[in-house]
Design a protein around this ligand. Structure first.
Ligand SMILES: *Cc1c(COP(=O)(O)O)cnc(C)c1O
Ligand SMILES: [Zn+2]
Length: 379
């Protein structure tokens, strides 16, 4: 197995220290896909490692697991519609990021990596700091100085070196990338191994729904890993003949930081030469703040792929305001589910999708992050 440039197809060995294509700057993907087999699920394992046979091959002794995945599926009612919520905030560090991190850190252990660097709005870094602590890997984190204090504290408590960066999320990314020659850049955005862990939520849903896929999935989107992971996982199930179609994928963005939404409404992914552009050429920059800090990403590198997946499944992209996000957060809390605003964005998005989601559709929303990290937002 190797990394491959998602655009020019140049190959790179798995142990490369390049974190994107050095020829054309596009993100990597894996040059191999995995065949899902029902008989290969290890049903004795109640973490996402029950799907180990469908993940990159790793030695048993290098697997760094804290009990992630295999999360509950519970009902909620939003504006009269019954939905199923997958409680991924039941994760070792309180967010779905642990799914990707367990696979990535195991891979890093296998490579013998000793020090890593990463940037994040908070949850990805807290997750990485936790798993690296467990693996004995030193961690250096660049995160926005105004990220939730609970997330910043969590990063430090795990023993990572935290470098707060003033300004928008992108500045933290630039700071991490600037030292990526010195330390391994353990990026949850660029490293394709991380996405392999995320795809397992599609497998779990299929098992929990007795071998069915939902009709629609609604997800908050910043860098779009939920959309990319769902597409990957469900596509593997489809190739194995286990589901008829991939669910319609709906992405929800914060009104004020909505590059995917703008690119979607302008159909930028359908431009003849879209791959020659990155969003910087196509959309004016926007770096305002929102309470949905986990999805405040103004330049998602996988934007075109995300839009292709959404288009292919018949979904769409919508936006929500901070006020709508808070209302959704509270509506969930009143049903006993305490999620962070970035997570509540998806719930808020449901009311924008009334024309697109039919009353009889089976709708799943993955609840990405725990409300405990943002408990100071009260109104
Ligand atoms: C990271 C994160 C998201 C968004 O994930 P992307 O891959 O950036 O789209 C949503 N909610 C929470 C709680 C997160 O931590
Ligand atoms: Zn390339």
């Amino acid at each position: 197995m190797r990394f491959r440039c998602s655009l020019c197809q140049q190959h790179y060995p798995l142990h490369t220290r390049e974190w994107r294509c050095s020829r054309c700057q596009s993100p990597f993907e894996l040059d191999q896909s995995f065949a899902f087999k029902r008989s290969k699920i290890d049903k004795r394992v109640t973490t996402l490692w029950r799907y180990r046979a469908m993940l990159p091959e790793l030695k048993e002794k290098n697997i760094v697991s804290l009990g992630e995945g295999w999360t509950p599926l519970v009902e909620a009612v939003i504006e009269g519609r019954r939905i199923l919520c997958k409680l991924d905030y039941f994760s070792p560090t309180g967010s779905f990021k642990d799914r990707g991190t367990t696979v990535l850190v195991s891979f890093l252990k296998e490579l013998g990596i000793e020090t890593v660097v990463e940037d994040s709005s908070g949850n990805a870094a807290a997750s990485l700091a936790s798993y690296c602590a467990r693996a004995g890997i030193k961690t250096k984190i660049f995160a926005p100085a105004d990220a939730s204090p609970a997330k910043l504290a969590q990063i430090k408590i795990f023993g990572a070196e935290l470098c707060p960066i003033e300004g928008p999320r992108e500045k933290s990314a630039k700071a991490a990338q600037a030292v990526a020659k010195e330390f391994y850049y353990a990026s949850h955005v660029y490293n394709p191994i991380w996405l392999e862990g995320i795809k397992t939520y599609a497998y779990e849903l299929w098992e929990q729904l007795d071998g069915k896929a939902p009709d629609a999935m609604v997800a908050p989107a910043g860098h779009g890993s939920l959309v990319r992971g769902a597409y990957k996982g469900f596509a593997e199930l489809q190739s194995a003949g286990l589901i008829k179609r991939i669910p319609r994928l709906y992405a929800v963005q914060a009104e004020i930081v909505a590059p995917l939404y703008k690119a979607w409404t302008k159909k930028l992914d359908q431009l003849q030469d879209y791959w020659r552009h990155n969003l910087v050429d196509l959309l004016p920059g926007q770096t305002f703040s929102t309470i949905a800090e986990g999805i405040a990403v103004s330049r998602p590198p996988h934007w075109a792929k995300i839009l292709h997946f959404i288009r292919d499944t018949g979904g769409s992209v919508v936006t929500v305001s901070d006020k709508e996000i808070l209302r959704a957060r509270n509506a969930m809390a009143h049903q006993g589910l305490f999620i962070e605003p970035s997570s509540a964005a998806a719930i808020a998005g449901l009311s924008k999708l009334k024309d697109q989601i039919k009353p009889r559709d089976l709708v799943v929303v993955l609840l990405t992050g725990s409300g405990l990290k943002s408990s100071t937002i009260l109104s």
